[in-house]
Write a protein that binds this ligand. Structure first.
Ligand SMILES: [Zn+2]
Length: 191
């Protein structure tokens, strides 16, 4: 079976969901209690689960995109298309009334870090997150699902200076769903 990283084609607009649009990307005050006081990163999953601001609007004209802090967003149409084909593994949380959903992983692929070809910089001694990572887990470092209807996230997170980038591995079946439904914005990069 072929697997792909589903990546965002283009980030045309700034779409902040958890952070204020600010040169220093300050996290919104309602999430301040979820910020690690050592490295300054917010626990993105806990923040999303605690509630996304109702007035957030997503600027974008595609079905799949990435927020400025690295969250993945699916349009209503994309979410429905995946649901119709019984594609599982993601949880969708509505972003206000914008018609977009933040995806959170429900299923993970175990990564053998030793053979992942990733590089890691400075682990936070408090929350254990890395300051930054480079690269993606290689195919042979991941235990990928046999079920092509399952979308998984590597269990080693990709980190940037301020935030985590959410990445997902999908099968060619998911790529077909995007193609046959004319869903836009995604690049499928072979794992
Ligand atoms: Zn930390």
């Amino acid at each position: 079976m072929e697997f792909y990283y589903i990546l965002s084609r283009e980030v045309k607009y700034n779409n902040w969901i958890l952070n204020l649009e600010h040169p220093k990307r300050r996290v919104m005050p309602e999430y301040a209690h979820l910020v690690c006081d050592r490295c300054g990163k917010v626990d993105e999953v806990a923040a999303i689960r605690s509630g996304i601001r109702a007035d957030i609007r997503i600027r974008g004209s595609v079905d799949f995109l990435r927020s400025s802090e690295g969250l993945t967003l699916f349009s209503e149409r994309a979410r429905e298309s995946l649901k119709t084909k019984q594609i599982a593994g993601l949880e969708f949380i509505a972003v206000g009334t914008s018609g977009y959903y933040v995806a959170l992983p429900k299923r993970f692929a175990t990564v053998n870090v030793a053979v992942s070809t990733m590089k890691f910089q400075r682990k936070c001694q408090k929350c254990s997150r890395f300051r930054e990572t480079t690269g993606f887990p290689s195919r042979d470092s991941m235990k990928l699902p046999r079920n092509p209807r399952l979308i998984v996230a590597p269990d080693v997170f990709l980190e940037r200076y301020y935030s985590r980038t959410f990445v997902y591995v999908v099968s060619s079946l998911v790529q077909d769903v995007f193609a046959t439904n004319g869903l836009t914005g995604a690049i499928f990069d072979e794992v």
